[in-house]
Design a protein around this ligand. Structure first.
Ligand SMILES: CNc1ncnc2c1ncn2[C@@H]1O[C@H](COP(=O)(O)O)[C@@H](O)[C@H]1O
Ligand SMILES: [Zn+2]
Length: 367
C-alpha cells in the first residue's frame, strides 16, 4: 500500500492502523479474487511502457493505477484496459505468479483465484492456452517461498457478456481442468449486462459435473435475477448489496455463505461507506460471511486490510477476527482433507494468541 493510500485508509477508519499488524499475522483464506483485477500497479506501468501501447495515454495509465473511488461502470472500462495489457502468455503467467506471491506474503493460507478464460485469436490466445499460462504461473509460484506453503485453487469465470455457447465452453474447460485444481465456476462481469437464462444451462452442467458454483449477485438492484439465483442455490454468493426485505429473508433462510468485499463496494459506491456496509447486518444476524478483496490491484487493498477495516468499522475483537477466519475455511471449495490442514493453521494461531493473552494478564496481575 502506498503512503497516500495508507493515509486515506487511516483517515476513513481511525482505528484501522492499530488492527493491521494482527490481521497480517492471522492465517486467512481468500475466496474472491479476480486475476486481472489483482495486477500490481508497478506491473501495469511496466507493461504499458514495454508494450508501448499508443492507444493508452498517460491519463489512461493514471486512471488504471489510481485506486480511488469510481463507478461500477467505470470499473468495467478499466478491466478492459487491463485486458489490453495482458495479451501474451508470458504476461498471464507472470501476473498469476505475482498475485499468488502477494497473497502468500500476508499469511493467506488458501487462495481461490478466479479468472475468465479468453479467446483472443488476434494475440494467438485461446481459452485453453490462456488457462495453460495461468497454470504455469501457479507452478512457478509453488517453487519458491513465500507461496510454497499456500494452497491455490481456481474458479473459471463466465463473463456476463458471454452467450450460452461461450458459457458452456468455459464450463467444459473447467471440467477438463478439475484434475489441475479447478474447483468451481463463477458468474461475474458488468451486472447491467445479459440475462440469467443465458448462463443457467452452463451452470447446471457445471454442477452436474461436480464443480461448485459462486455467483456475483445483487451488486446492483435486480430483484428478479437475484430470486432466480437463490432458486439455483449456488454454494456461495458474492456481494448481495441491494436486497429488498423478501430477498433478505430468503437469503438468511438459505444459509448460503456470502463473499463480502468491503473496499470494492465502498469504492464503487455500491454502499455509502464502510460503517454502512451490510457486513454489519449479516454478521449480527449470524449469516455466514467471508471477507474478501475482489480486485486488490484496482481497489488498492489487501486481505489483511479488509480484516482490519472490518475490525475498525464494526468494533470486532481479536477473538472475533480469529473466529471469522476460522469460519471462512468452512466455505472453501477444496477437499475435506485440505480444509483440515487450513483449520489446523487457524487453531495453531489461536493457541499462540491465547498464550500471549495469558502472559499479558500475568504481567499486569498484582503479585
Ligand atoms: C467490482 N466488481 C465486480 N463485479 C463483477 N465482475 C467483476 C468485478 N470485479 C472484477 N470482475 C470480473 O473480473 C474480470 C477481471 O478479471 P479476469 O479477467 O476474469 O481475470 C472483469 O473483467 C470482470 O468480468
Ligand atoms: Zn468480484
Amino acid at each position: 500500500m502506498s503512503k497516500q493510500q495508507l493515509q486515506q485508509a487511516v483517515q476513513e477508519q481511525p482505528g484501522y492502523s492499530t488492527w493491521l499488524p494482527f490481521c497480517q499475522l492471522l492465517p486467512k483464506v481468500e475466496l474472491h479474487a479476480h486475476l486481472n483485477g489483482c495486477v500490481r500497479a508497478s506491473t501495469i506501468r511496466e507493461l504499458v511502457h514495454s508494450q508501448q501501447l499508443s492507444s493508452l495515454s498517460e491519463a489512461d495509465i493514471e486512471r488504471i493505477t489510481s485506486t480511488g473511488h469510481r463507478s461500477l461502470a467505470d470499473c468495467f472500462v478499466l478491466f478492459d484496459a487491463v485486458h489490453q495489457l495482458t495479451t501474451k502468455h508470458d504476461t498471464i503467467t507472470r501476473i498469476t505468479r505475482e498475485v499468488i506471491e502477494d497473497f502468500a506474503a500476508e499469511q493467506t493460507t488458501y487462495l481461490e483465484l478466479r479468472t475468465t478464460p479468453k479467446d483472443r485469436p488476434e494475440h494467438g490466445i485461446s481459452k485453453r492456452s490462456y488457462m495453460a499460462a495461468v497454470l504455469a504461473g501457479i507452478q512457478q509460484a509453488r517453487q519458491a517461498q513465500p507461496a510454497a506453503g499456500m494452497l491455490v485453487k481456481l474458479l473459471l469465470s463466465i463473463d456476463r457478456r458471454n452467450d450460452a455457447a461461450a458459457a458452456m465452453d468455459t464450463v467444459a474447460l473447467a471440467i477438463k481442468l478439475m484434475p489441475a485444481g479447478v474447483v468451481g465456476v463463477d458468474l461475474s462481469g458488468n451486472p447491467s449486462v445479459g440475462s440469467w437464462a443465458t448462463w443457467l444451462p452452463a451452470l447446471q452442467h457445471a454442477r452436474q459435473a461436480g464443480l461448485k458454483v459462486t455467483l456475483h449477485a445483487a451488486e446492483v438492484a435486480n430483484y428478479e435475477e437475484t430470486h432466480a439465483m437463490l432458486d439455483f442455490a449456488p454454494e456461495r454468493l458474492c456481494h448481495m448489496c441491494v436486497l429488498d426485505e423478501a430477498l433478505q429473508q430468503r437469503l438468511w433462510a438459505s444459509n448460503i455463505p456470502v463473499e463480502l468485499c468491503l473496499t470494492s463496494n465502498v469504492k464503487t459506491n455500491s454502499v455509502p461507506g464502510y460503517v454502512d456496509h451490510h457486513f454489519k447486518q449479516f454478521y449480527a444476524a449470524g449469516h455466514p460471511v467471508v471477507l474478501c478483496t475482489d480486485d486488490s490491484g484496482v481497489f488498492g487493498t489487501t486481505l489483511s486490510q479488509e480484516y482490519a477495516i472490518a475490525a475498525a468499522s464494526f468494533g470486532l475483537e481479536q477473538q472475533q477476527l480469529i473466529e471469522l477466519a476460522a469460519r471462512a475455511v468452512e466455505y472453501c471449495f477444496c477437499s475435506e482433507q485440505e480444509k483440515q490442514k487450513l483449520r489446523q493453521q487457524v487453531l495453531d494461531f489461536r493457541e499462540a494468541w491465547q498464550q500471549q493473552q495469558q502472559q499479558q494478564q500475568q504481567n499486569v496481575a498484582p503479585t
